[in-house]
Design a protein around this ligand. Sequence first.
Ligand code: ZN
Length: 128
Amino acid sequence: MDQEQFTSPRRPVGAWGLPCLEEDDDMARQAPIPVCPHCGTPLQAFTLPDNTGWQEAVQWACFNDDCPYYRDGWEWMWSHYRVRSSYRYRLVNREKNIAQPLAVWSPSALRDRIVAAAGTGNGDPGGT
Ligand SMILES: [Zn+2]
């Protein structure tokens, strides 16, 4: 008996010969600065001490002292653990959007590790 065979649709051969567009690494450089979902403040890049176990050398965190996440963190840590510390919103990996709280023991903790954004001509609002 005859069986009809399925014929695969004809593909234009030339379509597969297109060169692959390589991703321009300018995209990474021009990626928008992530903002804190709790207060909307642009996150700041900071470097980690060597022995923290993170493979990301630079992470991003919200260093806004008025951030509700950070402000409520003091109370939360105290009521749960009787610990005088808090945490800030942190983006461990900006590309993969991995966020984890960053434990801080004082408002100035880790501030000395903030990396100044390079190449931006924005004036800092840091008055003396
Ligand atoms: Zn924030």
